[in-house]
Structure formats: structure tokens, C-alpha cells
Design a protein around this ligand. Structure first.
Ligand SMILES: Cc1cc2nc3c(=O)[nH]c(=O)nc-3n(C[C@H](O)[C@H](O)[C@H](O)COP(=O)(O)OP(=O)(O)OC[C@H]3O[C@@H](n4cnc5c(N)ncnc54)[C@H](O)[C@@H]3O)c2cc1C
Length: 381
């Protein structure tokens, strides 16, 4: 079992590549990160989100429905924010291939907003039709980190071109998000990530084996040239209770501000958002546009009868944001990301099947309290 598996076993989405590219040097930091005030009274919200997972990866393809051309753009698992711009590029390319200039987008989550903006930039007039808008969409309940291969597909279930398509989507998104850095409200920023262990990385604890024959597909090594390397911190040089720590940097999406900015940019460019719920594909005949990009996320399961979508449940306990606390920590089965719009604390399970095929969207307060209590143990007293 290698270090990649160890990290994944710790429920650390997106960190496997970080450790694989770890630098040999170790670093003593002069000042540690601000400790998080992990007390029950600071827990202000508990949310649940369902990842729309498809073994074959996101569905980005065209379908004729009556006299409409529908471009599907859904099923991004735990990677929707990270892949959104690249996925939009593919979907919009298909939508506008025959010169269409009037585009309807269904859905106003991460995927719908980025598809709508991408179509506008390509010269289209765009209307979004949607049941819900931020903050009531599932995208608002995401962790908010760069995680382009988190529960994106299963090994052996994807077609031969998937890896290349995924890489292009990830690279396009990664570079587009860089243009959101340094903006008022910090919709996107680079922040530190601490990966903590009780034993030296690559030794000791191993991934808990499952008896499932399937394996999630991991492709992040393909992006090694554009993502930072991690450094090992000297034991005792950091404020955490576990002895061993690695430090890396990753993109954080401050989702509240990012969603507001995407929505505003869309409206300023002349876009319209129309509240509308579709109950079956035949409802699309109500739209005047002939070309429709379908960005309904987990909602596609009911609307399109797509039972290849499997819900993967994830719950977040939200702690009050703290000035100066802008970083993430991963230890054991818990992750914490201190964002500007809340400190998100998440139980990630012993393996990646945690929450798989669980469509329960009811928050579990007792589990949230337990996560916060565990987080409080991360720092040396
Ligand atoms: C706990 C958790 C943590 C996550 N963390 C990350 C992360 O850190 N980084 C990352 O990249 N990804 C993350 N993800 C994944 C990411 O959140 C999703 O891939 C992404 O939000 C999907 O966006 P979407 O626009 O497809 O779906 P949604 O946000 O669900 O939007 C769907 C839209 O379609 C509309 N709609 C649906 N059905 C209908 C209908 N019948 N009629 C009209 N409108 C309809 C909805 O109202 C909504 O506006 C996480 C997911 C979970 C569950």
C-alpha cells in the first residue's frame, strides 16, 4: 500500500497527488496557523449535500428532445466546482456548434452559472431557467476546495477518451479560477492545507480495505505540473497535536462570494434568470430557445430518469469564521477548511465510499457535534 492509498484512506480528497509530489526538504514555520475555536456554541449551521455521481463520469453529450437540442452537463460527483469552467467549455462548444445564438440553461448551480457565462462570452444571449438559485442550490453546500478528481468516475467504467477530456476540463477550470484571485470578497484564493498524521507519512496506518471490486478513478497526477508540492514540517514546529504534518497550498472557493460574483457577472452581461420547474423532458417545449444546456445536477436523476446517477451524501458542520484563519487541515477521517463564509468541518469516512448511495438530506446534528469535538483535539493545548 503506497502513500497515495494511505492519504485516500484518511478521507483526504485531492491530497494524494500533493504527497506524491512532496519535496524532500522539511520546513520549520516561524508561526503556526490560528487555532480554530471548535466549540459547540460556534456551530451555526449543519448542511447536507448530495454529490451526483456517475460511474462513467459526467454526462456531457447532446440529445434531441422533440424539436429541441439538449446538451447535458451534469453528474460531476465531488468535483463540480473544480471542473465547472472546463465542463462549460465542452457543453457550450456543442450547444453553439451550429451557430445558435440564443441559449437556454436549466439550473443555476456551479455548473449552470459557469455554462451560462461561458455561452455569453462566446456571444450568445442566455436565459437561465431554474427551480432554485443560490443559496438554495446544492452547490452552496460544497466544501469549496480544488478537488477535480473527487468521486468523478470509476476505474474501468469510463470510455477511452475520458482521461484526456478530464485533464482538459481541469486545466481550463484551474486557469479560469486564477482570474478570480485578488478580487474584493476573495471569491477564490490560495490557502494552506495541513495534512496531519501520527506516524511518518507513508508508514503506519493504512487505508481500510473494502471488499468492493470497483475503485474510484484518480487522475490528479496528470496535473502535477500546475499544482504546488507539499513540504514536510519539522515535528514540534507546528501547533498541532499529531506529530507529523505536511503543508501544501490549494485553491479555496469562498462559495458565497463566488456564487454572488458569477450571478452578478451573468446579469450585468444581459443574462436573465427565470424561476421555472421542469417535471419531464416534454416541459422543454415551453421554452422559446431551441438549444438548451441541461445543468440540473442531482435533479437530473428525476427529471431525465437517469438512474446512473448515484447520490453520495456529505454533511458539513459550519463554524463561525475567524479573522486570520484561512487554511485547511486533514487528520484521520476529518477535514476542516476555514473559509471566509464559514469554517467547514466534514467527516469524510475511512474510505471514499462514505455516503455512497445515501440520498438522506436530513442534517445529523449529533454527528456534527461529534465532528466539532474531534476538531478541537487537533491542537496542542
Ligand atoms: C458535501 C459536498 C462537498 C463538495 N465539495 C466540493 C469541493 O470542495 N470542490 C468541488 O469541486 N466540488 C465539490 N462538491 C461537488 C459539487 O458541489 C457539485 O459537483 C456541484 O455543486 C454540482 O453543481 P450543479 O450545478 O451540477 O448542481 P446543483 O448545485 O444541484 O444545481 C442544480 C440546479 O438545477 C436546478 N434544477 C434541478 N432540477 C430541476 C428541475 N427539474 N427544474 C428546474 N430546475 C432544476 C436546481 O434548482 C439548481 O439550480 C461537493 C459536493 C458535496 C455533496
Amino acid at each position: 500500500m503506497d502513500r497515495r492509498h494511505f492519504l485516500r484512506g484518511a478521507g483526504v480528497a485531492g491530497l494524494a497527488g500533493m504527497a506524491a509530489r512532496a519535496s524532500a526538504t522539511s520546513l520549520a514555520l516561524p508561526a503556526g496557523p490560528v487555532p480554530i475555536r471548535a466549540t459547540p456554541d460556534r456551530l451555526f449551521r449543519v448542511t447536507v449535500c448530495l454529490r451526483a455521481f456517475r460511474a462513467a463520469g459526467p454526462r456531457i453529450e447532446a440529445e434531441e428532445v422533440g424539436r429541441k437540442k439538449v446538451i447535458h452537463n451534469y453528474g460531476h460527483g465531488g468535483s463540480g466546482w473544480s471542473l465547472s469552467w472546463g465542463s462549460a467549455e465542452l457543453a457550450v462548444g456543442m450547444a453553439m456548434a451550429n451557430g445558435a445564438k440564443e441559449i437556454a440553461v436549466i439550473g443555476a448551480g456551479a455548473i449552470g452559472l459557469t455554462a451560462a457565462l461561458t455561452a455569453q462570452l462566446a456571444g450568445a444571449s442566455v436565459t437561465i431557467y431554474t427551480k432554485e438559485q443560490f443559496p438554495n442550490v446544492r452547490s452552496a453546500r460544497a466544501t469549496g476546495t480544488w478537488s477535480p478528481d473527487s468521486r468523478i468516475a470509476l476505474e474501468g467504467a469510463v470510455d477511452g477518451g475520458f482521461g484526456d477530456r478530464w485533464e482538459k476540463m481541469a486545466r481550463t477550470s484551474f486557469s479560469t479560477y486564477q482570474s478570480y484571485l485578488g478580487m474584493e470578497g476573495d471569491p477564490v484564493e490560495w490557502t494552506d492545507r495541513y495534512i496531519l498524521t501520527d506516524t511518518p507519512m507513508g508508514e503506519g496506518r493504512r487505508r481500510k480495505e473494502t471488499d468492493r471490486p470497483e475503485k474510484f478513478l484518480h487522475l490528479e497526477d496528470r496535473l502535477a505540473d500546475i499544482t504546488p508540492r507539499s513540504v514536510e514540517l519539522e515535528p514540534g514546529s507546528h501547533p498541532f497535536r499529531p506529530q507529523y504534518a505536511r503543508l501544501n497550498s490549494s485553491l479555496t472557493f469562498n462559495v458565497a462570494d463566488l456564487a454572488r460574483r458569477l450571478t452578478q457577472d451573468f446579469l450585468i452581461a444581459g443574462g436573465r434568470i427565470v424561476p421555472m420547474t421542469f417535471h419531464s423532458p416534454s416541459d422543454l417545449s415551453r421554452l422559446r430557445e431551441k438549444v438548451i444546456i441541461n445543468c440540473t445536477g442531482y435533479g437530473a436523476r428525476a427529471l431525465w430518469g437517469d438512474e446512473s446517477i448515484v447520490p453520495v451524501r456529505g454533511q458539513i458542520a459550519w463554524l463561525i469564521p475567524q479573522p486570520g484563519a484561512h487554511y485547511g487541515v486533514y487528520y484521520g477521517t476529518l477535514s476542516m477548511l476555514a473559509r471566509r463564509d464559514g469554517i467547514v468541518v466534514q467527516e469524510t469516512g475511512e474510505d471514499e465510499w462514505f455516503g455512497y448511495n445515501d440520498a438522506n438530506e436530513e442534517p445529523d446534528r449529533a454527528a456534527a457535534d461529534a465532528s466539532v469535538a474531534t476538531l478541537a483535539q487537533f491542537w496542542r493545548s
